[in-house]
Design a protein around this ligand. Structure first.
Ligand SMILES: Cc1cc2nc3c(=O)[nH]c(=O)nc-3n(C[C@H](O)[C@H](O)[C@H](O)COP(=O)(O)OP(=O)(O)OC[C@H]3O[C@@H](n4cnc5c(N)ncnc54)[C@H](O)[C@@H]3O)c2cc1C
Ligand code: FES
Ligand code: FES
Length: 1297
């Protein structure tokens, strides 16, 4: 066994300025606070910057982010470069660092975002373009996006659009809606036309008007204007400014590592950790000997199976064997009969190998390879495919495995090896079931995998259905193969294997046997389905969809296979369209906005598409988030002990064992709180009872995070369960369990109107709760000062003043001793609506009665406010004379729910729109327009407003649509009236503090928080216009309670408006003070005037204040003026639905949005907000299935594995956004409107388009049109709503079983 010294001599190269670890006699990996990207088998996470060898080895890289920790979000993407011993080439590949064990990087170079470029030195074109294309909002996902794109370009400097989609498929973004990220990537693609209007008539670049840009020159604003008639622009950035990509300038692979690879170390290397030993043999012989010595030790390759199992299920292995250096496991060989692939090849390599064979061999021989390739494009994201090995995939035998069913039907054989010799076993049903007789022996390893060629008259296919197109485990997956007797359609051999339908991949052997000799025709299809439903029985609680859905997929997939084979046999069938797949294409689209007036000063940035202030820093990883703050001396870590019961009395808390553990400093309980322990009904730390699983009971403080977490496990709490335990709205109603009184609004005479209408439709609408899914998970760093009980708090929050107040009352320290700092923040409710709508045959709605219940969880939090907003906003854009809206927040024993973007509007309005859709189904599509507000009017709460912009949005959209051909599948158009602001005057105030320094530089601070929505950028645009100084002279450092006190939460879409007014006020005060000086020296410079002002003792600092809008609501009378103004909009979406699987979206989906932003402060930011919120809305209504809890109230949906937000492949294929031109509002700053939340509801256009497509499918099948697709319209719900002969077969099989 080699010593540690030898190991470290070669070490790992970190490539910002790549380095090599030095000789050492010991290896210490010291945990640091920064969650990190390199995981060790010792259990902690380590960032390259925090890797310590025998002496500190501080790289302190902060760019790589850490979010999910399970390989599912891509925030931690880095590039690994290795010398491939087989091809003798350098291989660059992206990985999710949170799953990469540090020891696996022996001989590898790691490039983090810092190594790519920096604002201090040189930006890489990838970084420049993603920022300037407005592809960053909060910026937390950006380093990962950059690294995925950078790795792609290292391998393909001019990638195809398909490669771009593939490269980014494993990276999630919660803010942008992906379109601008893809737009930036597309600028590198070979086929990029450079015009956003690609193929759609008049191209702005063709006009030769680009040169007439109103920007540029010496101003510091981005050019990119493209004046068209009516001052309508369609460019948000100027592509011709981008620096070219020069692949020769990239970092080279470290020569030391190259030398090392050429003379590979053959000795076994061993890393000893606190609890784990990592052994990396240098030869196959040594590996086989080690396997005898450690038969239970797993072989660790990609760690994408072992890693997540360790984290989520606590799997622990004291010895790990790493075969990464054994080149025999990466060998590939071909014969005339088939292909042998080394078990150590990554899935990405397997994909390339198979693609190579497919291009070389005749089609009939590559059936299995093509089926595998189909799955390899969809399986996980690119990073996981780069890491995961073929051997690891097969040996993990996951029930959801995509490849095993195909390999099983393809007659694959496994080549095994041990010290005793080699043998071959089939990858068959018994192996997949893990039967000992068909499995590896403990001392054996899988050396390679033999996949035979297919033959003439043999057809192989693969199918999968998941919640999203990519980066999601399949609900059901299948491999199918049929061999016909030569020249006939008589089945000679048949294999069908399914994943996701049991504990292991299963083969439907019995069914296949019984179908031998049958002709490939309809009677065979019917018989096959019957047999399959008989044979493939599912356990009740199989994850990933209901039993009925899965059984429906089992037969639907077979139907698809049947059709595919018919096509191969050249037999016509009217259903062949069912075979068209949904390709992942880069979305196209146009973003339209009105350019600034030609008289506007060039230096004045208001109204121009300025890049996000932190855009470049996001792209280089230099933007600092809470976790990136360097560690401070004597730093301690807190871990929370939370309740494991949903409703229980606390009998006792035993801390003795936890306190004895090394490193534990204290355990804090409610008794230790010097001030107030939260509110009576919302305790900070539970006192004598708990109300939900996850409620905080006490907190452990220790020297390291690992120690604190270990102590949490040793804290023993005894409970006595209490009754009732309420989880659902239905139970809460039964027990009258509510958090606050009912909120109600009513107008007209609802009862009478219902008596007079021609028709009434009644029903229920469910809207699932939505997870915020912040990419930056919640963090706080508290630094107590040595004097006067002062505390500095660095926290990711949108309401620092609230944090400050809460800390003050908890610790009993005056507010003035506590300072909250927010540099930037990386950015659910379940509803049940009971509806009743009465209407005339003409489609005119006369009466609407909606009662809503929301699941507020165990404490009030914002539930009352959300209920109020829900009721106030529910009428949306419709004038209905007799209306009644009622709402209640239910108290349940679930963790407290809070507001999401839109504060209940997207959920409540879905209920209203469902009513309108139900009426439209009976009376025709004009129902929406017929019932919309048309002239100056009053809302249900008697606030006057003018719907003229709404009508303009609607007409503009209709006009736009008229010019475009609609494919007739599912189509929906929704109007929107969204109220901005809070229904309370005190919430509409803001302050700002502006300092001018003697060098002329300006520091702006205000009360808004940067959550990615670009508020700081907009504030500098305001300050720049007011002071007439370019934004390059200005700076915003952070939001702090010390500079602007008593701030209001940045929410309700009003942040930029009220804070903008405060900044404007401060700047106007300062300019007034400077006016006499300017008048005296009009030719002087800004610096001259500032200098003179200072010399004349004129204060260069001013506080600005905005007293805000009057807003009130009298709930007793049901009247008020609760909102300062409305944002109007309309959206239309077109979708195609695969009725056999429930898959929807993407293919041929098209969305058009027209939004009334009035005079946008920054069209790039505002369009980004619309697209981002639309995508979040689309997630709410289509993929983000309500949070799942166990029967005991334990939250299951904890990360990207279980909760699916839209991915890059879900963006509409054509996505057009227009800001309504020539719109004005006198109320707001520079006549702009707040657009942060409103776009979310427009995502419902996709939901209603899906419902429309389902209705069409049901009409074709002569099934009743009265059906409900629940929100979200997941593939399961869509599939089951598209009832057909297969769903019927499933139902009948259940009835008769
Ligand atoms: C975010 C994410 C998304 C995913 N999405 C999908 C998906 O959509 N579809 C899908 O099918 N899968 C998916 N997976 C699972 C993934 O395919 C498997 O985890 C992966 O293939 C395992 O390979 P590995 O090299 O990482 O295995 P490791 O975790 O390194 O090892 C797994 C097991 O295999 C054994 N093993 C490995 N090699 C050998 C060998 N040569 N001989 C004997 N035993 C061996 C090890 O002992 C160990 O027990 C996903 C995983 C993640 C993390
Ligand atoms: S943090 Fe690594 S993939 Fe999410
Ligand atoms: S910008 Fe992508 S997560 Fe915020």
């Amino acid at each position: 066994m080699s010593s540690v010294t030898q190991l470290i001599r070669y070490g790992v190269a970190f490539t910002d300025t790549w380095r090599q670890a030095t000789d050492s006699s010991d290896l210490h990996l010291t945990p640091q606070r920064k969650p990190s990207w390199l995981e060790t088998p010792w259990g902690g996470h380590y960032h390259g910057g925090n890797l310590f060898l025998d002496r500190p080895f501080p790289v302190r890289l902060t760019g790589t982010k850490y979010a999910c920790g399970r390989g599912g979000c891509g925030a931690c993407t880095v590039m690994v470069s290795k010398h491939d011993p087989v091809s003798r080439k350098i291989r660059h590949f992206s990985v999710t660092a949170c799953l990469v064990p540090i020891c696996s990087l022996y001989g590898a170079a790691v490039t983090t975002v810092e190594g790519v470029g920096s604002i201090k030195t040189r930006l890489h074109p990838v970084q420049e373009r993603i920022a300037k294309s407005h592809g960053t909002q909060c910026g937390f996902c950006t380093p990962g996006m950059v690294m995925s794109m950078y790795t792609l370009l290292r391998n393909h400097p001019q990638p195809s659009e398909e490669q771009l989609m593939e490269a980014l498929g494993g990276n999630l973004c919660r803010c942008t809606g992906y379109r601008p990220i893809l737009e930036s990537g597309r600028t590198f693609c070979a086929e990029s036309s450079g015009c956003q209007q690609k193929g759609r008539g008049k191209c702005c670049l063709d006009q030769g008007e680009n040169a007439a840009s109103s920007l540029g020159g010496e101003s510091d604003v981005s050019p990119g204007f493209c004046p068209l008639p009516e001052r309508i622009c369609t460019e948000l950035f100027a592509k011709d400014e981008f620096q070219p990509l020069d692949p020769t300038q990239e970092l080279i692979f470290p020569p030391e590592l190259l030398r090392m690879a050429e003379n590979p170390e053959k000795r076994t290397l061993t890393f000893h950790g606190e609890r784990v030993t990592w052994i990396s043999p240098g030869t196959l012989k040594d590996l086989l000997e080690l396997k005898v010595k450690h038969p239970d030790a797993p072989l660790i390759l990609g760690n994408t199976s072992l890693g997540p199992a360790k984290k989520s299920q606590g799997h622990f292995h004291p010895v790990l064997l790493s075969p990464a250096r054994i080149s025999e496991l990466s060998m590939v060989s071909t014969t005339s009969e088939g292909l042998t692939i080394g078990a150590g090849c990554s899935l990405a390599q397997v994909k390339d190998i198979l693609a190579g064979r497919v291009s070389e061999l005749p089609e009939e021989k590559t059936q299995t390879y093509r089926a595998l390739l189909k799955h390899l494009k969809r399986l996980a994201g690119q990073q996981i495919r780069n890491m995961a090995s073929l051997g690891g995939h097969i040996m993990s035998r996951h029930c959801y495995s995509d490849l095993n069913p195909v390999l099983a039907v393809g007659n694959t054989a496994l080549n095994l090896m041990s010290k005793e010799g080699t043998r071959q076993i089939p990858l068959d049903r018994d192996f997949l079931a893990g039967l000992a007789s068909a499995d590896l022996k403990p001392e054996e390893i899988l050396e390679s995998v033999y996949i035979p060629h297919s033959q003439r008259w043999e057809f192989v296919s693969a199918f999968r259905q998941a919640q999203c197109q990519q980066n999601a485990l399949a609900d059901v997956t299948a491999g199918m193969r049929v061999l016909f007797q030569e020249g006939t359609d008589t089945i000679e051999d048949l294999s069908l294997a399914y994943g996701g339908v049991g504990d292991a991949t299963i083969s439907a052997q019995k069914s296949c046997q019984q179908l031998l000799g049958r002709h490939w025709n309809e009677p065979m299809l019917d018989e096959a389905c019957r047999l399959l439903l008989d044979e493939v029985s599912l356990p009740g609680g199989a994850p990933g969809g209901s039993v009925e859905f899965k059984r429906t997929l089992v037969v639907s997939f077979f139907f698809k296979f049947y059709l595919e084979v018919l096509q191969e046999l050249k037999k016509p069938d009217r259903f062949l369209s069912a075979l068209e797949d949904f390709p992942a294409t880069v979305p196209q689209g146009v973003q339209r906005y009105q350019s600034v007036d030609s008289h506007q000063a060039l230096q004045d940035p208001v109204g121009r598409p300025i890049m996000h202030l932190s855009g470049l820093k996001h792209a280089t990883g230099e933007a600092i988030f809470c976790d990136d703050i360097p560690t401070v001396d004597k730093e301690l870590f807190m871990a929370l002990v939370t309740s494991t019961r949903a409703h229980a009395k606390i009998i006792s808390v035993d801390l003795s064992k936890a306190l004895e553990l090394p490193g534990v400093v204290d355990v804090i309980t409610a008794e230790d709180i010097p001030g107030t322990n939260g509110a009576e009904d919302d305790r900070l730390l539970a006192v004598d009872k708990v109300l939900c699983v996850g409620q905080i009971v006490c907190a452990v403080v220790a020297e390291t995070e690992a120690q604190a977490k270990r102590a949490v496990e040793e804290t023993k709490i005894a409970y006595e369960d209490l009754e009732p335990v309420i989880f659902t709205i239905e139970d809460a109603i039964k027990h009258s369990s509510f958090l606050c009184p009912e909120k109600k609004l009513e107008q007209g005479n609802v009862e009478k109107a219902f008596e007079e209408v021609d028709q009434i439709v009644e029903g229920e609408v469910h809207v699932g709760g939505q997870e915020h899914f912040y990419m930056e998970t919640q963090r706080v760093l508290v630094i107590p000062k040595t004097e006067d009980k002062e505390l500095d708090i660095y926290v990711s929050t949108q309401d620092p003043a609230h944090v400050q107040k809460t800390v003050s009352s908890t610790l009993d320290i005056p507010i003035n001793r506590i300072t909250c700092h927010v540099k930037r923040v990386g950015g659910g409710f379940v509803h049940l609506g009971l509806k009743s709508v009465g209407f005339m045959n003409s489609g005119r709605i006369r009466a609407l009665d909606i009662e809503c219940f929301i699941n507020g969880g165990c404490t009030l939090d914002d539930s009352e406010l959300v209920t109020e907003f829900l009721i106030l906003k529910m009428e949306n854009a419709y004038k209905i004379h007799n209306l009644r809206f009622r709402g209640r927040a239910c108290m349940t024993n679930l963790p407290s729910n809070t507001a999401f973007r839109g504060f209940g509007f997207p959920q409540g309005t879905l209920v209203t729109e469902s009513c309108i859709t139900a009426v439209a189904a009976k009376c025709g599509p004009s129902v929406r327009e017929k019932n919309m507000y048309k002239t100056v009017d009053k809302t249900i709460y008697k606030q006057a407003f003018n719907p003229e912009p709404l009508i303009r949005c609607w007409n503009e959209l209709a006009e736009f649509n008229k010019k475009n051909y609609w494919r007739k599948r599912g189509l929906a158009v929704v109007p929107m009236k969204f109220s901005v602001g809070f229904a309370a005057t005190s919430f509409h105030q803001a302050a700002a503090l502006v300092h001018i320094y003697t060098d002329g530089s300006v520091l702006v601070t205000h009360g808004g928080n940067e959550l990615g929505q670009g508020i700081h950028t907009k504030m500098l645009q305001v300050a720049s216009r007011e002071l007439k100084v370019p934004t390059s002279h200005m700076h915003i450092c952070e939001t702090s309670t010390a500079t602007v006190p008593n701030t209001i939460a940045t929410a309700a879409s009003i942040g930029s408006d009220v804070n903008g007014r405060a900044v404007q006020n401060a700047c106007q005060i300062l300019l007034k003070r400077l006016e006499p000086i300017i008048k005296k020296n009009p030719e002087g410079t800004w610096e001259d005037w500032v200098k003179a002002a200072f010399e004349q003792r004129i204060s260069l600092s001013a506080t600005g204040y905005f007293r805000g809008y009057e807003a009130f609501m009298d709930w007793e009378k049901g009247e008020g003026d609760p909102f300062p103004y409305y944002v109007y909009g309309a959206a239309s979406s077109e979708v195609e639905v695969d009725c056999l699987t429930g898959a929807h979206k993407v293919k041929k989906i098209r969305t058009d949005i027209v939004m009334d932003a009035c005079c946008s402060l920054n069209p790039a930011i505002d369009i980004g907000q619309i697209e981002g919120s639309f995508t979040q809305g689309m997630g709410l209504y289509t993929t983000e299935e309500e949070l799942k809890y166990s029967p005991e109230g334990v939250l299951y949906s904890r990360g990207p594995d279980d909760y699916k937000i839209p991915t890059i492949t879900d963006v509409p294929e054509e996505f057009n956004v227009s800001l309504l031109p020539s719109s004005q509002t006198p109320l707001t700053i520079y006549s702009s409107k707040g657009l942060g939340e409103s776009g979310m509801f427009l995502g419902s256009s996709v939901f209603f388009a899906i419902a429309d497509a389902v209705a069409t499918a049901r009409r074709e099948r002569d099934i009743a049109e009265d059906f409900t697709v629940r929100s979200p319209a997941t593939p399961e719900r869509v599939r089951m709503a598209c009832a057909d002969r297969f769903t019927e077969m499933v139902r009948d099989s259940r009835l008769f079983s």
